[in-house]
Design a protein around this ligand. Sequence first.
Ligand code: SF4
Length: 223
Amino acid sequence: MGPASTSLEHDEAEPPANCGVCPRLVAFRADNQAKSPGWFNGAVRSFGNPDAARVLIVGLAPGLQGANKTGRPFTGDYAGDLLYGTLLKFGFATGEYDQRADDGLSLDGVMITNAVRCVPPANKPTGAEIKNCRSYLTARIKSLPHLAVIIALGRIAHESTLSALALRRAAFPFSHCGEHDLGGGLTMIDSYHCSRYNTNTGRLTTEMFEAVFAAMQARLTQA
Ligand code: SF4
């Protein structure tokens, strides 16, 4: 497994696994490749069927030992345990989540992506890196013909999604479980990111996270 293996599969919505646009992230990928050559260590593609997705979940960036290791968004670390567990509970995924890209889990009507597709040091992408990767987020959003709801996990996902849609950030303040009518039948629902840090500190509880998915389900019913 390695970044070069998927470099021929990219399109406007999905960077090549060996994307070279952000020098700091390319160097970090190379460091990780040297330390852990069995890991994916590349730009992580979105997960889900674009032709079926009514919901796009936008995270921040791959976790070092999560998506960066396994090559599938939110797969392999705590954030994925909570996200995929919730998707299974609400009927938006089938199969069994087992922290591996080849666990056979499939998403039903949902796609998962990240605002930044490469793992950043200390989980903190720079403004320039977020901006560099936005063209992929924009193309991903625009390539979903049945998209009705975007769930933004965290403030950076929220703000980058607004910028991807050329909307003013000041008009849509971030708030957990806040719903924003983005026009054209598209709603964005905010959530605190489902990271271990946020759950350990009590900023996000399971009940709070599930409330976001209940709101999403209600929106889909109305759409
Ligand atoms: S973060 Fe995005 S733009 Fe930057 S190197 Fe990775 S895939 Fe390319």
